[in-house]
Design a protein around this ligand. Structure first.
Ligand code: BMA
Length: 975
């Protein structure tokens, strides 16, 4: 209870003519969630989503467990009401009282003191409502109750779809997953299902909200934009890096802005030393915004760079709003960075042509005026329920991104706009976030109400996040030009003009101006994927004319997006697309056994169990349900086929060990394919297509299921994340093989910003590790240009290996080059190695490599040694209950060349015991049929010859025993 003196003071602060604002957060646990129809009334949180409160109250089980997705459909079809306790502390004397919501998911009817306030219909908008009158008439504090009713999103979408005259689209154009009609509503599109996730269509106040009370001459800043760019800069065009910085700031307010208000700024470093301050000039005021700008001289600040390209220099800028008498009205502080980031789609210049770059257009990013190679992946919503995504979870993910040598994420277009904390973390870690408006794999209505709704959503989000140096791009949506318009053309070519015009209404006439009118620093492209713009003219009514399919043979234009589920595509370079940038590509794999156990009962742990099948949503036909299992077997069949085509087929006797081996095998195929594609795209940096980006599909999982992810739901790395980390090293060496002609070439690719020279070395072996006398070069000195590639070996296996059985040949290649990372003065040695085997591992003459594993507590390193053969896909594994990232994993080993591997513990629920669960295995183990823990293992006469992963022994033991003996002893101990 405030004492009477405090209460009087608070009331006085809100007297008429005051500039005071009082902000009451609505966050907390003093809420109730109810649905009379389901007979539910339970305690609830705010912010939240109904499933989370129902789960916390024990009304439903863990939504992500087993087939709960299907069993909990009733939640999505219900209407849920979040009701507050009576709201204390509201002043009856305030000049105005406002409700401010940063996100309501999605269809609401809001009431306060029992009076209707408003309805909302867009998850992505900020809403604010003047409730002054309602509060005046609500003198009894116990009546000051806020109630937000959320209508069922699937029901509402269906109702909108069946309105008379509603838009329809040709057959096969709209990609349906579980619930239909997502394109009519402004809600996270993957909430209605996607091929990597469940469909919950959650409802609830997913973002915080406040009640704001204002004095008569007071405003509340509900949103703001700070735009930092080079003087004269225009979106999509490389600016002059010698120009000073312009800082343009604009505050969005509600309340009563006194006449002749002014703006000032203070720019400080992170230690609060002032760098620059003063009044903003050219102040422009409307009834909703106040805007001004200033110039920051070039040398006053240090540049912000992405990870591995330079330091992430950050600053604070405070923008203050004052009355004409200099009384402070409000201020906003944002952490900012100084950088330019441009998506350059300009035509290939004569100068570029002279360098051997193919005609057409550029399609790459430039940071601070420098081309760079974008290495990364695609980010999907990290949880089906955003309300429980914490900064800590995103930070852990970003640590993995940076550890994986990635500098860019494409934040895919059918989730939700990223929270501020995600951009904050990306600013700190140096991760560029290619951000997208939330439209994907469908065409959308273009009636005025829909367009107005989209425009408001876009403006709010563009302005909210623009100050983050990690913001790299705005893209209109996912797979629109390359997929959706193409599907129209296939299904109803006579209607292509109509739907292209509609597409342009939304993406070129609505979203483009929303970007260009708010920011000069960020580029815009209407669709990921596209062939880029054909013309760009800022004085035209339509500044961008898209190229679509106006292509000239021999020229190269925009991005590529590539999926082919025929596993024969692995190592078939002629199947891969040639473009300037690859924004998505991939293949799905199973998660680990350790992850499966978290969301599936032991009895369901088999590759084609009903539960596992129904969690595979890679269903091109759409509409999974428990009586339609056949559809989900498509994805499982593709993974099975891939493993059977390329690797020894797992056949463990113990069913769970077999399941685990199969899961792991699908991960190796996935990793093999991505490494092949990444190496191919990266090599393109030195080819006429001047390829400058590789973002694979997809970074992470949002539940435990077969998906394209490289990081599992709890943060555990799949084989893919380790393999991608390796092939995203700055300098790589990689083989390219044409199995039909026997043409083998090896290239070194570097994305360093200066030419580097070094040596590439080649050694041929049989699988037992015996060196072969192959007539091909052993070592080559090379120089590779900045962001470029060079061939270091070219031969024909049909010639040089004619005396050998191809199934018993392995080429080891390594590279050593001296250079430095951009914006550092430290020269270092870049090393990379790779292996090539001309036949699939399925037919290779694999030998038991006799792996040993030791652990040294002193150095906190594991040491893995292959004692008698080449080990393919060496895999360090560990048990459940912790998440540990090894510094390297999924590597190949030559005999007698021990590998030391450090690690980072992300989370540990085992009290350190995870170390005792570490085992090592390799592809050879997959050829063995013994089951984990079965007595058959006891007959082992050498390391791992039972096909059982080998646990480690401590380095202390190692000193008194031979490596082989250590491993045998360890194996026996484990039995
Ligand atoms: C592309 C993406 C996603 C999808 C992925 C895997 O279509 O843009 O929509 O999840 O491939 O199919």
């Amino acid at each position: 209870m405030p004492n009477p003196k405090q209460a009087a003071l608070a009331a006085a602060l809100l007297l008429p003519f005051s500039a005071t604002q009082t902000v009451h957060p609505l966050s907390g646990s003093n809420w109730t969630l109810s649905d009379p129809g389901s007979n539910v009334s339970i305690p609830a949180n705010f912010p939240s989503q109904a499933h989370l409160d129902l789960y916390a109250a024990g009304i439903i089980g863990d939504p992500l467990y087993a087939l709960n997705e299907f069993e909990q459909r009733w939640v999505a079809y219900s209407n849920w009401t979040y009701t507050s306790a009576p709201l204390p502390g509201l002043s009856p004397n305030a000049s105005s009282t406002w409700l401010l919501f940063n996100g309501l998911d999605t269809f609401t009817s809001i009431s306060f003191c029992g009076q209707f306030v408003a309805s909302t219909n867009n998850q992505f908008r900020q809403y604010w409502f003047d409730v002054s009158e309602i509060l005046h008439a609500c003198s009894n504090e116990k009546d000051r109750v806020l109630a937000i009713n959320f209508g069922s999103a699937p029901n509402t979408a269906d109702a909108i779809a069946s309105e008379p005259g509603q838009e329809t689209w040709p057959h096969g154009v709209q990609q349906v997953y579980e619930f239909s009609n997502r394109w009519f509503i402004r809600k996270e599109q993957s909430d209605f299902g996607w091929d990597w996730g469940p469909a919950f269509a959650p409802a609830g106040p997913w973002q915080p909200a406040w009640i704001v009370q204002l004095g008569s001459q007071a405003v509340y800043i509900r949103n703001s934009i700070v735009d930092i760019y080079r003087e004269g800069q225009l979106n999509l065009l490389p600016p002059d890096q010698n120009q000073p910085w312009v800082v343009n700031a604009s505050l969005d307010y509600f309340g009563n802005l006194p006449d002749n208000a002014t703006l000032s700024y203070v720019l400080t470093d992170l230690q609060n030393h002032t760098i620059s301050s003063g009044a903003l000039s050219d102040v422009n005021t409307t009834n909703a915004t106040i805007t001004g700008s200033t110039i920051i001289p070039n040398g006053a600040v240090e540049l912000w760079w992405p990870s591995q390209l330079g330091p992430q220099n950050l600053y604070y800028i405070t923008i203050s709003l004052q009355s004409s008498s200099k009384a402070s009205l409000a201020s906003v502080t944002k952490r900012v960075g100084f950088r330019t980031i441009v998506l350059n789609e300009t035509p290939i210049s004569d100068q570029q042509l002279a360098l051997g770059i193919a005609a057409g257009n550029n399609w790459h990013f430039e940071i601070n005026g420098h081309e760079f190679y974008a290495k990364g992946s695609n980010f999907i919503p990290p949880d089906p329920f955003w309300a429980r995504v914490t900064p800590q979870r995103i930070e852990q993910l970003f640590q993995s991104v940076v550890a994986g040598n990635q500098n860019m994420l494409r934040v895919w277009a059918s989730g939700a706009y990223s929270p501020d904390f995600m951009y904050d973390l990306a600013d700190e870690y140096g991760i560029l976030l290619w951000s997208e408006f939330e439209f994907g794999d469908a065409l959308y209505p273009v009636d005025q109400a829909f367009l107005d709704n989209v425009r408001a959503e876009a403006e709010y989000n563009i302005r909210r996040v623009n100050h983050h140096p990690s913001l790299a791009l705005w893209a209109g949506g996912n797979e629109l030009e390359n997929l959706e318009l193409m599907l129209v053309n296939q299904s109803a070519p006579e209607q292509l003009a109509k739907y292209t015009a509609q597409y342009e209404t939304l993406f070129l006439d609505t979203l483009l101006p929303a970007v260009f009118e708010n920011t000069r620093s960020i580029s815009y492209t209407p669709s990921s994927t596209s062939n880029g713009w054909q013309s760009l003219n800022f004085s035209a009514t339509h500044p961008i004319v898209e190229r679509y399919n106006n292509l000239t043979t021999g020229s190269v234009y925009g991005e590529t997006d590539f999926y082919n589920y025929n596993p024969a595509v692995l190592h078939n370079a002629s199947a891969l697309p040639i473009g300037r940038f690859s924004n998505e590509f991939g293949y799905h794999s199973m998660p680990s056994l350790q992850s499966w156990r978290q969301q599936v009962a032991s009895s369901d742990l088999s590759f084609n169990s009903t539960v596992v099948l129904l969690r595979d949503h890679h269903d091109p036909a759409g509409g999974l349900n428990t009586s339609n299992i056949a559809n989900s077997s498509i994805g499982q069949a593709q993974m099975t086929e891939a493993v059977e085509m390329w690797y020894p087929t797992p056949g463990k006797r113990d069913p769970v060990a077999n399941f685990s081996a199969w899961c792991h095998a699908t991960q190796m195929f996935q990793a093999d394919l991505y490494v092949f594609e990444i190496a191919f795209y990266r090599r393109g940096s030195g080819l006429p297509n001047r390829q400058l980006g590789s973002l694979y599909w997809q970074l992470e999982d949002q539940w435990v299921a077969p998906t394209w992810a490289g990081i599992e739901y709890d943060g555990r790395w799949k084989v893919l994340h380790y393999a991608a980390k390796d092939i995203y090293e700055p300098v790589i060496i990689a083989p390219y093989y044409n199995i039909t002609t026997g043409n083998l070439s090896v290239w070194v690719t570097s994305d360093l910003w200066e030419a580097v020279s070094g040596t590439a070395t080649f050694h041929w072996y049989d699988w037992s590790g015996k060196q072969l006398d192959v007539n091909a070069s052993q070592s080559v000195a090379f120089e590779v240009g900045a962001i470029n590639s060079t061939q270091v070996l070219q031969t024909f296996t049909t010639d040089v290996l004619s005396n050998y059985n191809l199934s018993n040949v392995v080429l080891h290649m390594s590279v050593e080059a001296h250079g430095s990372l951009p914006n550092t003065n430290t020269t270092r040695t870049f090393r990379h190695e790779n292996f090539f085997n001309p036949t699939p591992l399925r037919t290779a003459q694999l030998v038991d490599p006799g792996l040993t594993l030791t652990y040294s507590p002193t150095t906190a390193n594991f040491t893995i040694t292959s004692t008698r053969g080449i080990a393919a896909w060496v895999w360090l594994d560990y048990g459940e209950g912790s998440v540990v990232h090894f510094d390297s994993n999924a590597f190949w080993l030559l005999p007698g060349q021990p590998r030391e591997v450090g690690y980072k513990v992300q989370s540990d629920g085992t009290g350190g015991v995870w170390i005792d669960t570490v085992t090592v295995q390799s592809m050879w183990d997959q050829t063995q049929s013994a089951s984990v823990g079965s007595s058959a293992n006891g007959t082992a006469n050498g390391t791992g010859s039972s096909g059982t992963p080998i646990p480690y022994t401590s380095a202390a033991v190692k000193t008194s025993m031979s490596m082989l003996a250590v491993a045998v002893a360890a194996l026996q101990l484990a039995l």
